[in-house]
Design a protein around this ligand. Structure first.
Ligand code: ACO
Length: 402
């Protein structure tokens, strides 16, 4: 990589890099990816170890504060999460204002923005303790908002968080308990959800994280920056792909296409259809998260004695793609979204909540990147240039002459 950051001039040479494919936007000490070898590490710790052994909250602390917590730090942070898991009464009233068919991502981004007004005063999270509390509040409340939006959507009362449950189990409680019956999870489900969240927790300069960093570079507050990240994640080429994968597999299951026909449709460029859950800007051999999730989907379904025809279809589609020159020559392999939906379905998460699940998982990464930008006193505002392609000079004409 060539560092041209010393060239601070605003005139002269402009490098045009479509989609920023070869542009480094920052220096970052949070997440390391080697796309050729399929390596992903948070603060140097391999993703495989974290997925198997760490809780989501411990992983969040690693990303946000730079190291795995000792017992005292973990207990302190848990306490903060518990204290901050409730929504202000007025926040709960906002849910009634959304139409029942509102997309959960639109509710999530609007509610995170609104949270800033109800939560901590802006000056509060510029000191270390205030920031810790704001981070805990966002982690806890993103989960509460997600579950509450689901409950509102299906017309059930909002369930309060419980103090005795770990993060993933508490989310399942808020999603699936009803006032007269507590939902009871199994260790397999809790483990799979925890792993899903850990694997989504950060991924360096992806579209939503770059958005968070860009907004943060204008010195916008944490909540405003993260709400922007949620909106960037919503798109089908990014976090929205996990819904797209299941919709694709369902079309194949329902007989609209065979896996081979679907692949041929993708290859016919006129169709404009992409193989959802395939391809990645950085991973060119395999996505380590997809490998872990594929294995986890199998073990989870086995342990729960569930057969999901979509898993077999996914394997067939993967095999068909990986034996096709179109995909191999472009080095397109399954990404994190290809198998994650099978796990979420088995847990009972409705498809239109899938991207929200991704957002809950990505929140620690967004917070860590906001902090990295905000801590850098010398951080310049993100402000790319362009190559202008419009008219050189146009004459203003009165409306009657246009
Ligand atoms: N299906 C079919 N063709 C594809 C796919 C796909 N999923 N992905 C890339 N290609 C093709 C492109 O059309 C392009 O072909 P060309 O060279 O003949 O024009 C070539 O492969 C290179 O792809 P790019 O578009 O340059 O890849 P880019 O790095 O810009 O995009 C992306 C990466 C957005 C992930 C892309 O692969 C894609 O759209 N995948 C499907 C959506 C998806 O799964 N998104 C989730 C990404 S992971 C995440 O956000 C968590």
């Amino acid at each position: 990589a060539v560092d041209i950051s010393a060239l601070r001039s605003t005139t002269g040479l402009i490098t045009l890099d479509d989609g920023y494919a070869n542009t480094g936007s920052c220096r970052s000490a949070i997440t390391f990816i080697d796309g050729e070898q399929g390596i992903l590490r948070y603060r140097g710790v391999p993703i495989e170890d974290l997925a198997e052994r760490s809780s989501f909250i411990e992983t969040a602390e690693l990303l946000i504060f730079g190291e795995l917590p000792d017992t005292e730090q973990r207990d302190d942070f848990r306490h903060l999460l518990t204290e901050n898991s409730w929504l202000h009464r007025d926040m709960r009233d906002h849910f009634d204002a959304f139409p029942t068919n509102a997309h959960p991502m639109s509710i999530l981004s609007a509610m995170i923005s609104a949270l800033q007004s109800h939560d901590l005063p802006e000056h509060h999270f510029t000191d270390e303790n205030g920031f810790r509390e704001a981070a805990a509040s966002l982690l806890a409340k993103t989960r509460t908002i997600a579950a509450a939006s689901y409950k509102s959507h299906i017309g059930q009362p909002i369930m309060y968080p419980r103090y005795d449950l770990p993060y993933a189990e508490n989310f399942l409680h808020m999603m699936f308990s009803v006032p007269y019956r507590d939902y009871e999870t199994t260790p397999e489900v809790a483990h799979a959800l925890n792993m899903f969240l850990v694997l989504h927790a950060d991924h360096e300069q992806n579209c939503s994280t770059s958005t968070v960093r860009m907004v943060a570079s204008s010195r916008a507050n944490l909540y405003a920056s993260i709400s922007s990240g949620v909106n960037a994640l919503w798109g089908p080429l990014h976090g929205g792909a996990n819904m797209g994968v299941i919709e694709m597999l369902e079309q194949i299951r329902d007989g609209s296409w065979t896996p081979r026909q679907y692949i041929d449709r993708v290859k016919d460029r006129r169709s404009g259809v992409k193989l959802m859950g395939f391809g990645h800007r950085v991973y060119r051999n395999f996505d380590p998260r997809a490998r872990i999730l594929k294995e986890a989907a199998h073990s989870m379904l086995d342990a729960m004695h569930i057969t999901d025809p979509l898993l077999d279809i996914a394997r067939e589609v993967e095999q068909a793609a990986l034996s096709d020159d179109y995909f191999t020559s472009r080095r397109l392999y399954p990404n994190v979204d290809f198998y994650s939906g099978i796990i979420l379905r088995a847990i009972g998460i409705p498809v239109d909540m899938f991207t929200v699940m991704f957002a809950i998982g990505r929140t620690p990464g967004w917070i860590a990147h906001w902090k990295e930008v905000s801590d850098n006193q010398r951080q310049r505002i993100y402000r790319p240039r362009q190559i202008y392609t419009g008219e050189n000079l146009s004459e203003w004409r009165p409306r009657a002459e246009r």
